[in-house]
Design a binder for this molecule. Structure first.
Ligand code: NAP
Length: 241
């Protein structure tokens, strides 16, 4: 039960730019109050300013997904400000250092792997578990994990990225584990692939807009109670694991 008011509240991590910003804008457009999770104060404040100017009911939440303290403080901020959470979009992600656009498994720097896993996988678990008490107060909690078809073992999409791609494979596995755990609850969790999107992440050298990349996350964040659980989806439908 929503304990403060009936406005639906969504937290988007890494919401200051790129796909995360577009998800925040899109959820705002369909009536969500949006908690704009971002680690950098200036970038977060600017994003909130833009969103508010665009008519989105939003507030900033300091959030570095790699920090236990930051994540705990973020949950406290949302509890104080909104009292509950209906949607969590785990969007923040990094590619990690590349060499000539690649991460070659035969020369892989394990520090790069650790850094990527810390954000793309451990960060998702850290944020999800910290937000669960707030999500459990919702009538229809939804969790969306922003994955990538590069993490699909079937598709083997994109260049060899031996740190990034397996991080998304593991994120998919974690998503399935949460779905099993939530199978007898009203919490629906899924993984999303945004496609190849023009953001800082891709050097703005990709065919899809952030709004197009955000669409699948928004759809999964607003699933009906009988919507799919524990799946991996893009705009076209199911993405193979
Ligand atoms: P982006 O423009 O580089 O944005 C990434 C966001 O994540 C930024 O807001 C960044 O914040 C934030 N972030 C990184 N580390 C963080 C941390 N430790 N704590 C909190 N926030 C952190 O990338 P994007 O293209 O929008 O990507 C968003 C998601 O989509 C990622 O998970 C990515 O793997 C996934 N994805 C993207 C594509 C694509 O084609 N672009 C394709 C498949 C999947 P700062 O500004 O502070 O760095």
């Amino acid at each position: 039960m929503n304990n403060m008011n009936d406005t639906k509240v969504a937290l988007v991590t890494g919401a200051n730019k790129g796909i995360g910003f577009a998800i925040a804008q899109g959820l705002g457009a369909v009536g969500f109050r949006v908690a704009v999770g971002a680690r950098d104060d200036a970038r977060r404040e600017e994003a909130v300013k833009y969103l508010q100017a665009a008519g989105v009911d939003s507030f900033g939440v300091a959030l570095d997904v790699t920090s236990d303290d930051s994540v705990a403080a973020a949950a406290a901020t949302i509890e104080r400000t909104a009292g509950h959470l209906d949607v969590l979009v785990n969007n923040a992600g990094i590619a990690g250092r590349t060499d000539g656009g690649k991460q070659d498994p035969t020369t892989l720097d394990l520090d790069v792997v650790r850094t990527v896993l810390e954000t793309n996988v451990f960060g998702v678990v850290r944020v999800t578990n910290a937000m669960l008490p707030l999500l459990r107060r919702s009538d229809a909690p939804r969790i969306v994990n922003m994955s990538s078809n590069m993490g699909s073992l079937t598709m083997q999409a994109g260049p060899p990225l031996a740190a990034y791609a397996p991080s998304k494979t593991m994120l998919n596995g974690i998503t399935a584990q949460y779905a099993r755990r939530f199978s007898d609850t009203n919490i629906i969790v899924n993984a999303a692939c945004p496609g190849y999107v023009a953001t800082d992440f891709t050097g703005f050298n990709a065919p899809r807009t952030p709004e197009q990349g955000a669409a699948i996350a928004i759809r999964l964040a607003t699933l009906p109670d009988d919507g799919p659980r524990g799946g991996f989806f893009d705009d076209e439908g199911v993405v193979p694991w």
